[in-house]
Design a protein around this ligand. Structure first.
Ligand SMILES: [Fe+2]
Ligand SMILES: [Fe+2]
Length: 139
């Protein structure tokens, strides 16, 4: 297994985190109506979580000798006035994140850096929790 491949996958995850930060911050600021009471804090929390995840992933990339990306993943951030659309986009984002981290966990298993494995696994579990939460909100 090449360290290079791991760095690339971590950079892919970083790009998605940078995008998630922007998307959730946008939704937190723009949501209107009665759902703002619950969704502004929820989106804000997700934005903060993405910031923390990005930090962990960035440091892992540096530890491996790589250069962290500075640009977000280009997948469009859709502006919406309907909260359901915001939640669907959030679910899409969390699904993608969980997928990317699942792949990284597999690669990390072979590297043998337990600290890095644990920190990335924690992120992976957080993505799964967000995904399940969104799935239930949209059910
Ligand atoms: Fe994340
Ligand atoms: Fe997430």
């Amino acid at each position: 297994m090449g360290t290079q491949e791991l760095i690339e996958r971590l950079n892919e995850a970083l790009g998605w985190e940078l995008r998630a930060m922007n998307m959730y911050a946008h939704y937190a600021a723009t949501i209107q109506g009665i759902h703002r009471l619950q969704l502004d804090p929820m989106f804000n929390e997700e934005a903060t979580e993405s910031l923390a995840h990005a930090d962990t992933v960035r440091r892992a990339i540096v530890k491996l000798g790589g250069i962290p990306v500075t640009e977000r993943n280009p997948h469009p951030i859709v502006h919406a006035t309907d909260y359901t659309v915001m939640l669907e986009r959030s679910l899409e984002t969390e699904t993608k994140a969980a997928e990317v981290y699942a792949g990284i966990i597999k690669l990390l298993d072979e590297v043998g850096d337990q600290e890095m494995y644990d920190s990335i696994e924690q992120i992976y579990f957080a993505e799964l929790r967000s995904l399940e939460n969104l799935r239930l909100i949209l059910a």
